[in-house]
Design a protein around this ligand. Structure first.
Ligand SMILES: Cc1cc2nc3c(=O)[nH]c(=O)nc-3n(C[C@H](O)[C@H](O)[C@H](O)COP(=O)(O)OP(=O)(O)OC[C@H]3O[C@@H](n4cnc5c(N)ncnc54)[C@H](O)[C@@H]3O)c2cc1C
Length: 431
């Protein structure tokens, strides 16, 4: 490939905080709120114009893996949205716009300094095995941000990769990753009339759990728009507002801008064709329309950064327990087809799953000191990632990372030097 030499430049230091969180998705928002509430000066940098990551930018505001044992910031978000009338009947699907607003309010109230529209574009390494700063690009140009502890919540592990940390992507042999999905928010239909096709249907005795998805697929096929995802889902948000997940973009890399572009163009064309096809059926579908589409195609898998512990499929089959657990994961293996010729749905790949713990060590980078990860880019293998990537675990991971980062920064230690012992049942810090 042809190349060109850029001239070196001096970059202004735009900020210096105790904790710097990069990426404002479910994990990053929780990390920033927790660090600020623990008394650390905290900055959150996000490349898009809103917080929430896949919940908002990805338009897929639905929580999987919820369990009675999950508390903290996750419950706070869910409870506040419920009080504002911004959750669907399952109470696990959120109104996207209300979620954006609430996450901003929570961050600002906690004292987090938020910088939107700013993308992490590099790092500067210090002499010791740590980072001196993160470098960003935005309308303000190139800027550097110093911090004692940095938490990579970019989903794809961008900060850790720039820092030279080791990582894995996809299946161990082939590198195949789960497909991306382009999401649409749809309106113009009413729950009373389309309930059997939605996530909010009442299950008849003996009815298969996914029957509403099969019904929707058959309807789309009948209408002449067979979906690339064989289990298309309409998530109920309000009586006349739904989230439609019906697209799969196979064999695309989260770290390749051409792939992301092609997947976005194809995904948008497909969901528009699906909605047009449903509208052409008339009847209860005659008014269906797209209200919004995701600002960024939903990426299920990017880099899994090497940490001081790697969560594996064996942890799931054995129901691993750890004294430094940050979340007990209740969601099983959930692999969206990596090869459309072998099915276009979801499988658990025969991997048995029991509730298992994610230890703090999986959130601490192995190769660089003072760097943590939270959310889907933590240290794990392909199958384990397909389970712990869900938001009922991303938020507690972020919350724990934020607290540990605050303690480390304030006591001038590295995160791996902070003791994190939890009560074995509640998983709340024991000290
Ligand atoms: C299509 C789809 C459907 C899903 N369905 C569900 C579901 O129903 N329930 C569920 O619980 N989970 C679901 N998931 C999984 C879940 O949404 C994600 O795994 C979860 O959002 C991970 O949270 P995160 O904060 O680690 O990453 P993300 O939500 O991806 O957030 C990362 C954030 O970092 C920002 N960012 C990235 N790179 C940079 C950079 N270089 N500089 C600055 N900012 C950056 C992004 O803009 C984003 O805001 C789904 C995922 C997808 C893709």
């Amino acid at each position: 490939m042809d190349s060109i030499q850029e001239s070196a430049q001096t970059v202004p230091v735009a900020g210096d905080s105790e904790v710097l969180v990069c990426g404002g998705g479910p994990a990053g928002v929780a990390a920033a709120i927790a660090a600020a509430r623990a008394g650390a000066s905290t900055r959150l940098i996000e490349m898009h114009g809103a917080l929430g990551g896949i919940w908002t930018i990805g338009a897929m505001a639905h929580v999987c893996g919820m369990h009675a044992s999950k508390g903290g910031i996750l419950r706070e978000i869910q409870g506040t949205l419920k009080a504002r009338g911004a959750v669907g009947l399952s109470e696990r699907t959120f109104d996207v716009e209300s979620t954006k607003l609430l996450l901003e309010e929570l961050c600002l109230r906690a004292g987090v300094r938020v910088r939107l529209h700013t993308r992490v574009a590099g790092v500067v390494r210090a002499e010791a095995n740590r980072l001196a700063a993160v470098v960003t690009e935005s309308k303000s140009g190139r800027e550097a941000w110093k911090a004692r502890v940095i938490i990579d919540c970019t989903g794809d592990g961008d900060v850790a990769a720039f820092a030279g940390c080791g990582f894995d992507i996809g299946r161990p042999q082939s590198g195949e990753t789960q497909p991306m999905s382009f999401i649409a928010i749809v309106g113009g239909i009413h729950l009373d009339q389309v309930r059997p096709y939605t996530h909010a249907r009442v299950r008849a005795p003996g009815e298969e759990a996914a029957c509403h998805k099969h019904r929707l697929r058959e309807l789309l096929e009948e209408a002449g728009a067979p979906p690339s995802y064989s289990l298309p889902t309409l998530f109920h948000v309000r009586e006349d507002l739904f989230i439609l997940m019906s697209n799969h973009e196979y064999a695309r890399s989260a770290t390749n801008a051409d792939d992301l572009t092609e997947a976005t163009l194809r995904g948008r064309a497909e969901v528009h064709a699906q909605v047009r096809a449903l509208r052409s059926l008339g009847g209860v579908w005659r008014g269906i329309c797209i209200v919004a589409t995701s600002a960024q195609i939903g990426v299920r898998e990017g880099r899994r950064i090497h940490g001081r512990y790697t969560v594996t499929a064996q942890d799931l089959s054995g129901g691993a327990r750890h004294p430094d657990a940050v979340s007990r994961c209740h969601f099983g293996v959930d692999v969206h087809a990596t090869n459309p010729n072998q099915g276009k749905g979801i499988t658990c790949e025969g991997a048995p799953g029991k509730p298992y713990d994610i230890p703090l060590r999986a959130l601490i980078a192995r190769d660089v000191d003072g760097l943590m990860m939270a959310g889907r880019c933590i240290s794990g293998d392909f199958l384990a990632h397909s389970s712990y990537r869900v938001t009922a675990d991303a938020v507690p991971m972020g919350e724990a990372a934020g607290r540990v980062a605050a303690v480390a920064a304030k006591s001038n230690r590295f995160p791996h030097e902070v003791a994190w012992q939890v009560h074995p049942v509640t998983l709340h810090p024991a000290t």
